[in-house]
Write a protein that binds this ligand. Structure first.
Ligand code: UTP
Length: 410
């Protein structure tokens, strides 16, 4: 473990010496807990801290990007399906479920995947995803390795839940969990917050950290040894999504592109979804809040929105390319949040107002690191039912309606 002296030097470098201010009153075990945390935290994210100047927000020249559309897929479905199933059968495909988020908008006190979306019976979000993957296992006759990313905060609950539910019928030899890294939270002056005298306030470092955590857990070596070439990365909250979808995989392989992204046509110009486009000639995702009014409403020659392909956090990455880009630094996004922290009496309080910032890297930034990305359009009502909130847009209610529409018994 790092020594007190080394910790002090490290903290001085980042102007965070206050983390050691209670050192003298801490017990031996509290001291080692604190040193342990200092040792594993990535302080370099603090370099990006200037509230008004987020480097992730500097953009290049943006242009619309075309897609393989739903009607193209209808025409070429057989070819795509054959290619995709071939790759799955050859053991070239794995999937990574991003389940390390805190799901604050849903307000559920357990990991989001443990939420029961059933009405008259139990049907958990994790179960919906596993059922969808089992469809492909049945079609291909092959178990697809599934790696589930959790965070320190929800790992135990998630692993226990899968055990308790017998992996929802999936072959447990093909499921593995790995834990993402944590980043410190800071106040508006850039000073790291503390939860108590020996615990630094941290949160999961965003879903963009999945590849480095995956590699650190030894899983990159493992999949390379077994010949995996493609990884389908997807979010926990879309209960309708097709995972390791043979047609999607086949279309990306056939296109000879380095990556693929499932997209849906935007429902309206101001829909709050990031769009896939070209930035300085490379694939890129522009978040809804970064779009200008002109971009939002621009029409193409067919009278359709020029920037209409919204991303649904379901990507296909090539393992070789991922390794190549892993040496590049991901942009760090600064997100203002209400962060529970210690008050002047040493008590943990949850603030009423936003009081600081968290640091996150985002998987969508990996798309801009690719030379090419196939936009693959899917039918929204069949494949996009995100559970972000409990009611309203992208909610438990809307996801239930869509599940029913797709014949899922609730
Ligand atoms: P969201 O952007 O919806 O974030 O994550 P969230 O933390 O789950 O939810 P809110 O914003 O607090 O309500 C999109 C996907 O990325 C995963 C989430 O679990 C979800 O599948 N994620 C997010 C991680 O795996 N790690 C993170 O640090 C953040």
């Amino acid at each position: 473990m790092i020594t007190f002296e080394n910790a002090k030097q490290l903290l001085e470098k980042y102007h965070q010496e206050h983390l050691l201010q209670y050192w003298d009153v801490l017990s031996e075990s509290e001291r080692s807990q604190l040193l342990n945390q200092i040792e594993i935290i990535d302080f370099s994210v603090l370099d990006t801290f200037t509230r008004s100047d987020d480097p992730a927000s500097e953009r290049g020249v943006i242009q619309p990007m075309s897609a393989v559309t739903v009607s193209d897929i209808d025409k070429n479905g057989e070819l795509y399906s054959r290619k995709g199933i071939e790759a799955i059968k050859a053991g070239k495909v794995a999937a990574v479920l991003l389940a390390g988020g805190q799901g604050t908008r849903l307000g559920f006190d357990k990991p989001k995947g443990m939420f029961n979306i059933g009405v008259t019976r139990e049907l958990y979000i994790f179960e919906c995803l596993i059922n969808n993957l089992i469809d492909v296992v049945k079609r291909s006759g092959k178990w697809i390795p599934l790696y589930i990313m959790t965070s320190e905060k929800n790992n135990a609950d998630t692993v226990n839940f899968f055990n308790e539910k017998n992996y929802f019928g999936y072959n447990s030899d093909y499921i593995e969990f790995f834990i993402q890294d944590m980043a410190p939270s800071v106040d508006f002056q850039g000073k790291i917050l503390m939860e108590n005298k020996y615990t630094i306030s941290t949160s999961p470092n965003g879903n963009g950290g999945w590849f480095s955590s995956f590699a650190r857990a030894g899983l990159l070596r493992k999949i390379k040894d077994t010949g995996v070439e493609w990884i389908n990365v997807f979010a926990v909250d879309n209960v309708l999504q097709r995972i390791a979808d043979p047609e999607f995989i086949g279309a990306v392989i056939e296109s000879q592109m380095q990556s693929g992204s499932k997209v849906v046509s935007k429902a309206a110009p101001d829909e709050r979804v990031g769009v896939l486009c070209l930035e300085d000639g490379r694939p890129s995702i522009v978040e809804y809040y970064e779009m200008t009014e002109e971009m939002r409403t621009l029409l193409d020659d067919n009278g359709e929105l020029a920037y209409r392909y919204g991303v649904i956090l379901n990507y296909l990455f090539n393992v070789k390319k991922l390794e190549e880009i892993s040496i590049q630094k991901m942009p760090v996004h600064i997100v203002e949040k209400k962060i529970p922290c210690m008050d002047e009496n040493g008590e943990l309080v949850t603030p009423e107002e936003i009081n600081g910032c968290k640091f996150e890297t985002l998987v969508l930034d990996m798309i801009h690191m690719q030379d090419s990305c196939l936009a693959y359009e899917v039918v929204r009502d069949r494949e996009f039912a995100p559970v972000k909130n409990s009611t309203g847009v992208d909610s438990v209610d809307s996801a239930r309606d869509l599940l029913k529409k797709n014949g899922v018994d609730l």
